[in-house]
Design a protein around this ligand. Sequence first.
Ligand SMILES: [Zn+2]
Length: 135
Amino acid sequence: MHTKPVPVPDEVSAPFFDGARDRKLMLQHCSACDGWSFPVRERCPHCFAAALTWRQASGRGTLYTFTIMHQVMNPGFASAVPYNVAQIDLEEGVRMVSNVVGIGNDALRIGMALDVVFEDVSDDIRLPKFRPVAG
Ligand SMILES: [Zn+2]
């Protein structure tokens, strides 16, 4: 059973979570400057245009950095420690915080190639996680 806090989508972030439910990693893209952005926002962080649309991202990236959580800061994570919290640089040029799954924490390496997977956390919410690319 999933015991961790579950995100509550709002009007602006709903397309991200709708995409994740369909196992698609959706990011905002600016039609004015061709830039990608994350986290979700109302205006482009590069040129401030309100011209953001949603596009499916590649789901590919590399591990920028990570830390290992040993302390239980929220009781919902008690069975998860020690777990990694990772920053992933996506091919689109944005950095996302998630977890690397399918690999032991000892095997995490900065720069390793990762690919998105989706984890069910409730009946309505799936979250993007990342796994090492085979080979
Ligand atoms: Zn822009």
